[in-house]
Design a binder for this molecule. Sequence first.
Ligand code: C2O
Ligand code: CU
Ligand code: CU
Length: 581
Amino acid sequence: MNPYGNLNMERTPPFKLILLAFLVCGVAQAQTPLPIPDTLSGSVIDLTMQEATWEFHPGEVVNSYGYNGSLLGPTLILNQGQAVTLNVTNTMPDLTTTHWHGLHVSAANDGGPHSLIYPNTTWSPSFTVLDRASTFWYHPHGHGLTDFQVSMGLAGMIIVRDAQEAALDLPRAYGVDDIPLVLQTKAIVGGQIMLHTGLDSVVVVNGVRNAWKELPAQVVRLRCLNGSSERAMRLGFSNNMPFHVIGTDGGLLAAPVPLTRLQLMPGERVELLLDLGGMQGQAMQLMAYNSELPDDIIGAAEVGNGMATLDGYDDNALNGADFALVSFTVGAPLANGTFQLPTALVPVNAIPELDADVTRTFLVEPQFMSPMEMIEGPFTINGALMDMDSINVVVPLGSTEIWSFTNNTMVGHPIHIHDIQFNILDRNGAAPEPWETGWKDVVFVPAQGSARVITRFEDFADPDMPYMYHCHLLMHEDEGMMGQFLVVDPTSMGEALNPVRPVVWPNPSSTEHLVVSLPIGDGPAELRLYDALGRVAYAGRTAFTAGKARVDLPPLADGAYQLRIADQRGTPYAAHIVLQH
Ligand code: C2O
Ligand code: CU
Ligand code: CU
């Protein structure tokens, strides 16, 4: 059996190039051709989550999981505007889910922890692709199961294409000058993949160690995903050549941002351009310069600064070390390749801070305050651990919101929000880095620091099925550093409203004593009052007599409310009222 499953192996590099790579890097290990995952596209995509085996080290067979293969999964290529049905079959013995990380889909199609796929069943979400051209990914998301299943190998990339991106002169020959790079570190202990150990000392790209790839001597595009459970990566090239960031989690930037270093947290993606024009015959490595990571980020030299440190942290040779991710040699350019770096990309139209309807605050703290738990967790958000049965936030459909995260722990967290893409307003009160000014779905919140993002909750409302927000360090997520939000449509709440409108007097009202008339004769009725954020401000009952009822509300803040009335038969009616004292 081909141990590389669905990953296409390229022919072995010519001996001269291997030798060259050895000389340049001084590495004494054999290089492995970088596997390029197969692609799947079209309106029906079948994915099978399966058990398999894999050899990270030749001759050492470990158990693994993969989508349609032994490890990782095919790259899904989707076009904006197309309809797609994904049939995800679970042939593993575990419960699982599959989440389309970054895609703007309804909560029921999102694949969060509520969309369980039982063994030997198929889950078939179906949706229209609304996203901008970008690099997304998919992975399991069962509550408490994510780290294990991702570590075992379940993850794949999603490339969305759109007309704006297609109009630009960018490399897009998949696997040739447009290269998917799933960057991961794995813990392999006692011949098996382990999780929650911090012993992730095996560096793999697209599933293999010491990966090597020939790139054409022209402009090439690297789609980088940090798919590690916990480890940050400060990307750079061994020859210190500049790279140009053209896209982040949810779309292209307005213009390329030239850099020599970029900190990529777990869950984040960046698209980079590398100008290799005229460099045929040269070699370089994509590196993680993690000796340069600031402290208190997992992967840095130190987490915890003296008081306490993570158990076994200092034993992992990768912590605080510079290491190679993938080696490149430069071959002949493509005849129809890209030879010029673009100067402009796609307008971002970031959401202005003044557009926000509301600011919500999220405080991250250890569940128990001790020096050890300040770095190790479990961590809570606004005092709560993830509870599948409780909704932490209710967002009204159409709302523009600032979500402000404050990190009162000693470790940095990459915070991810489902459903939407956001713009980062600031981090520790300062503007985000230039490469972070586009569309993002993960924001790095430094230890003892803060970050604010702004977004709009559009298109999808569901009164029952929540979306998640959480830390993308998978151990933190699994241990409960996650919350659930509903997006609700305050004008429908998912029910068919009776078109007859109750008449409320006075309205606007300066008192809490209202008279409601509604042609329902005599009998009891249920009342609910929703505020502008879709929260229930009042719930109670009243009795109608000849179609009239008096309602005595508790003292409430000024503002717009929706009054919902259900008569004896449960028929729902709604009216808008304004309280103005
Ligand atoms: Cu990449 Cu909620 O996940
Ligand atoms: Cu996600
Ligand atoms: Cu975290």
